[in-house]
Write a protein that binds this ligand. Structure first.
Ligand code: BEZ
Length: 201
């Protein structure tokens, strides 16, 4: 399998953490890809018409995207057990969706500052993205800490990738101050070998 990859992408990191947790990094060849909404560059637009990564070229079928589809496929193929059975599945999927929403808003904030030309940047729009992240982190602190104390699953992995991206690209935003339980979970989760091996760059 070939995975279109950039080390800074939180969505690529999600897939890479899964591969490390499953002991299956050697099953995938990494294909570097870079680009932006203004210039798709080397993004695999012929594989994913949205021009986004990660995209996973399979040996025996069409290319898969986005990260949620890829993670479900790899979890099943590798028998990784990172999605529990119903009814716990729904909590895992909602946490994964919440974490992906955090990462999505954080990437849009980054694009606004580093991709959009200066005159057309909107600080209000950036703060609107941060407000989404802020609400999601507060919801996780209030509702999810029991889930985070349980076995590692794809919800936790997606959250690890999203929080890692906040620290990587938005380090001046103090999300920890009012969320001590989430901050403690993150400090411990970051020590996992899968997290250490996939630090963004
Ligand atoms: C970044 O450099 O922040 C980035 C790179 C690829 C995808 C998303 C974000």
């Amino acid at each position: 399998m070939r995975l279109y990859h950039a080390p800074a992408s939180p969505f690529v990191r999600k897939v890479m953490i899964l591969l490390h947790e499953a002991g299956a990094v050697d099953r995938v060849t990494l294909v570097p890809a870079s680009g932006t909404p203004l210039d798709p560059g080397t993004m695999p637009v012929d594989r994913n018409p949205l021009g986004k990564i990660p995209a996973l070229e399979r040996d025996d079928g069409p290319t898969l995207y986005d990260s949620r589809v890829i993670c479900r496929y790899l979890d099943e193929t590798l028998q990784a057990g990172l999605y529990p059975a119903s009814p716990h599945l729904w909590e895992t999927l909602v946490l994964e969706a919440t974490a992906d929403g955090i990462a999505d808003a954080a990437v849009l904030m980054r694009y606004e500052v580093f991709v959009r030309p200066g005159a057309s940047r909107s600080p209000e729009w950036v703060e609107g993205q941060w407000a989404k992240i802020d609400r999601a982190l507060t919801a996780i602190e209030g509702r999810w800490t029991g889930h985070l104390a349980g076995p590692v699953d794809m919800g936790q992995i997606a959250l690890g990738a999203a929080l890692g991206y906040l620290d990587f690209r938005h380090a001046t935003r103090d999300w920890r101050g009012t969320r001590p339980k989430l901050a403690a979970w993150w400090a411990a989760f970051l020590q996992r070998p899968s997290m250490q091996a996939t630090q963004p760059a």
